[in-house]
Design a protein around this ligand. Structure first.
Ligand SMILES: NC(=O)c1ccc[n+]([C@@H]2O[C@H](COP(=O)([O-])OP(=O)(O)OC[C@H]3O[C@@H](n4cnc5c(N)ncnc54)[C@H](O)[C@@H]3O)[C@@H](O)[C@H]2O)c1
Length: 244
């Protein structure tokens, strides 16, 4: 589904990002740049896939991002797909949430998406096509106790995405922007949640269980691919029916 495509996936070391990187690789992408702060955790890619390149990149580091995008422009002349997946949580009830934890989550989940998209979108617009898929969350559409900072970022990326869907398609460019909003997915991010929280969320989910990273990667793949060529400005919820 991604033949000849040059792709960037942030947060590509583990969880949903890793599954997305490997799905893109098996779907025939020409090149996938798996970007993460944790380079060591991506050391297996080069032995297993010839089309994945692991890149140490912090989505908060604007200078590093611009240098990286310049390098891709010179090597490939285009970027077809950007998946803004890197994300963090620093959960707490509002009255206990520190300014540091607020700032940290905003910096990575919201400004990191701004940084990456601002650097990549001109390359897509100049080429006349591209697909940007950003990881939101059902917490961004419906809120959650203890996630004021995280919810703000996941709602924010939806608003940014809808703005980009309108902005990037001016002058006829087929540059699409969409979000995926996962429900509760088994990844390192959720592995330390208390058992009672997991059972409660599963009981609220019509399909009765947590999702797998693969469930999300398949939605990202579809939106990234040309099969979704008339879809822009949308939020695809993949949550087992948790939020209907
Ligand atoms: N797991 C879930 O239930 C769930 C639900 C809804 C949304 N999401 C979203 O999906 C995305 C992936 O989640 P996950 O569960 O795979 O998380 P994860 O914690 O397993 O993986 C996140 C990856 O992002 C990387 N990362 C963190 N900060 C970074 C930075 N500044 N620059 C570059 N990389 C950075 C981490 O090193 C890690 O490899 C996140 O945006 C998350 O908010 C997850």
């Amino acid at each position: 589904m991604l033949k000849d495509k040059v792709c960037i996936v942030t947060g590509g070391a583990q969880g949903i990002g890793r599954c997305t990187v490997e799905t893109f690789a098996t779907e025939g992408a020409a090149k996938i740049f798996a970007c993460d702060m944790n380079l060591d955790a991506m050391s297996d890619y080069k032995d297993r896939f010839s089309n994945i390149e692991a890149v140490e990149l912090n989505v908060c580091d604007r200078d590093a991002i611009h240098a990286f995008i310049e390098k891709i422009k010179q090597e490939h002349g285009k970027i077809d797909v950007l998946v803004n997946n890197a994300g963090v949580t620093r959960d707490n009830l509002l009255d206990r949430m520190s300014e540091k934890d607020w700032d940290m989550v905003i910096d990575v989940n919201l400004k990191g998406v701004f940084n990456m998209t601002q650097a990549v979108s001109p390359v897509m617009i100049a080429n006349g096509s591209g697909s940007i898929v950003t990881m939101s969350s059902v917490v961004g559409t419906d809120g959650n106790i203890g996630q004021t900072n995280y919810a703000a970022t996941k709602a924010g990326v939806i608003a940014m995405t809808k703005s980009w869907a309108k902005e990037f398609s001016r002058k006829g460019a087929q540059v699409r922007a969409n979000c995926v909003a996962p429900g509760f997915i088994k990844t390192p991010m959720t592995k330390d949640l208390p058992e009672k929280v997991i059972s409660y969320m599963e009981s609220k989910t019509p399909l009765g269980h947590m999702g797998e990273a693969e469930d999300i990667a398949q939605g990202v793949l579809f939106l990234a691919s040309d099969r979704a060529r008339f879809i822009t400005g949308q939020v695809l919820k993949i949550d087992g029916g948790l939020v209907i």
